[in-house]
Ligand binder design. Sequence first.
Ligand code: FES
Length: 138
Amino acid sequence: MKFEGQDWFYSKKVKEHFLKPKNVLKNKSEIKNYNGYGKVGNMKCGDIMEMWIKIEKGIIKKCKWKTWGCASAIASTSMLSIIITEKGGMKINDALKITGKEITKRLGGLPQIKIHCSVLGDEALKEAIKDYESKNNL
Ligand code: FES
């Protein structure tokens, strides 16, 4: 394992989203406004991610999240929360197809060793959609 050079290069976008993450849940009282919840852990590092989504007519209108994870997980989930809510929101079926690769691309890349962190938000999102669907008998 190397800890130098390009292996630990963080893009400007990653730093931006790590330092000022978007859509972080700040107050537990906000939770009541959301209708899908997901919580997952990363088997590789033990970090945890929670996500709340608001779905209206099959479209993800809002997303909030909270993590006990690393800089890459924070930046990736911040970007994911933008991807699924931008331009009026994403259809559930399209959101289910989002991959860590796509998120990483929008961030301008991640160090190879941190790629696994980019899927934490993505997995929490899938759980939140599953929760929404089971609550609504879909
Ligand atoms: Fe755990 Fe990145 S090291 S999510």
